[in-house]
Design a protein around this ligand. Structure first.
Ligand SMILES: Nc1ncnc2c1ncn2[C@@H]1O[C@H](COP(=O)(O)OP(=O)(O)O)[C@@H](O)[C@H]1O
Ligand SMILES: [Mg+2]
Length: 396
């Protein structure tokens, strides 16, 4: 896949981070191919991040997923230099943050990159408005302006009416709304979110996922989203990176990962996800083998079906537009009835779908009809068909 023309906001290049004293020994063991556990045992050094590279395009959500301890938090902490990388580059708008001086870093954290934590990180002695406006307060923005902007963000996250409430009065979901409003208040280029919804109950969590996606659509922010939940990663991420033991095992869109996992680890990881929410009709449709014209006579239809070893023929018009189907049974009867063409025995109410429809959204339609679904393009031309068997096998 070519990413040359894309607008990359953040590019992480060969990032490594070691924790511990004896790093030279650790590096040497790493070069010799030793694993994270052996290195820790022999040298006392934790290889938290090991040669991680990825790009995040402007306006997109990059989801990083992995088990606890796989290095996700360390990666995001390196992005805004809360942790200094042991080696590698972190290019933000083309500039390496590792080489920035104190002033530039301060500026970066203050106005370009915001962070949202799992534990909310709110100040209990300030009310909702005070928390959201905090960043602007620190920047010296006057009270009127900062409260106006803060109120805008409070409305954006659906908390209007709560601005004067104390943080203690809020539910977990509402606290995280405050966290997001505060992060957005500075109008940052990049939002780093470290397991922002992991502490929430499942319902609040689903609400927040939806909320964040709609905010993202509205504001077009670039987001690095960390989670240990594969469903959440696939729901939120335009691109997903799967981490294990400090490495990225695979990078790709949810569809790419679901269709071609790079190794057994990734396959195992993906086992629990619901593929019907990732794969679309395009991925499972097949070309119908038996096409006939509306004017075809019954014998031709029967022959076509026999040759192709199917019991349904797809009827199309002159411009490939889909008209309906003719079953073998109907064609045999039409032959007995000496009909001159199949046009009167066409079943015309065959369910139709576009190729971008998610498989999860056609399961109902597919189980209600005895025929495969017809996949049509936007001009009504037949592109393919989806059988119930194809849908069922995509579920496994
Ligand atoms: N400040 C630290 N000092 C020592 N080890 C750390 C530190 N931070 C993280 N680690 C270790 O680095 C590894 C990766 O941790 P982390 O990035 O927090 O993983 P995740 O966020 O995926 O759970 C873990 O083995 C963890 O114990
Ligand atoms: Mg973490």
């Amino acid at each position: 896949m070519s990413r040359e023309n894309s607008d990359v906001l953040l590019s992480v290049r060969h990032l490594r981070k070691f924790f511990g004293i004896n790093r030279t020994a650790a590096r040497k063991m790493l070069q010799e191919g030793a694993g994270k556990n052996d290195i820790l045992k022999k040298t006392g050094v934790t290889v938290a991040v090991n040669d991680v590279s990825f790009d995040v395009e402007r306006g997109k959500i990059f989801a990083l997923i992995g088990l606890s301890g796989s290095g996700k938090s360390t990666v995001v902490r390196c992005v805004n230099m809360l942790q200094r990388p042991s080696s590698g580059e972190i290019l933000f708008e083309g500039r390496d943050v590792v080489r920035m001086d104190k002033r530039e870093l301060y500026e970066l954290r203050r106005s370009k990159i915001s962070m949202v934590f799992q534990s909310f990180g709110l100040m209990n002695h300030r009310n909702v408005l005070g928390n959201v406006a905090y960043g602007l307060d620190v920047r010296g923005v006057g009270r009127g302006e900062r409260e106006r902007r803060a109120m805008e963000m409070i409305e954006l996250v659906g908390l209007e009416g709560w601005e004067n409430k104390s943080i203690d009065d809020l539910s977990g979901g509402m606290k995280q709304r405050v966290g997001i409003a505060r992060a957005l208040c500075n109008d940052p280029e990049l939002l780093l979110m470290d397991e922002p919804f992991s502490a929430l109950d499942p319902l609040a969590r689903r609400d927040m996922q939806f909320e964040l996606l709609s905010i993202q659509k509205k504001l077009g922010k670039t987001i690095v989203f960390i989670t240990h939940d594969i469903d959440e990663a696939f729901k939120m991420g335009d691109t997903v990176g799967i981490m294990r033991d400090g490495r990225v095992e695979q990078l790709g869109t949810p569809t790419e990962l679901a269709l071609s996992p790079a190794n057994d680890y990734v396959r195992e990881f993906l086992n629990s996800i619901d593929k019907t929410k990732v794969l679309s009709v395009r991925h499972i449709m097949i070309t119908p083998s038996c096409l006939i014209r509306e004017q075809a006579d019954p014998l031709t239809a029967i022959r076509e079906m026999r040759v192709n070893d199917v019991s349904t023929a797809y009827v199309i018009g002159r411009g490939m537009e889909f008209i309906g189907i003719v079953t073998l049974t109907a064609a045999l009867q039409a032959r007995l009835d000496k009909l001159s063409s199949v046009s009167s025995i066409i079943t015309r109410d065959v369910p139709q779908v576009g190729h971008d429809v998610l498989i999860g959204d056609i399961i109902g339609a597919a189980s209600d009809t005895p025929f495969p679904l017809a996949v049509l393009d936007d001009r009504g031309r037949l592109e393919g068909i989806v059988s119930r068997a194809a849908i069922l096998s995509s579920l496994s």
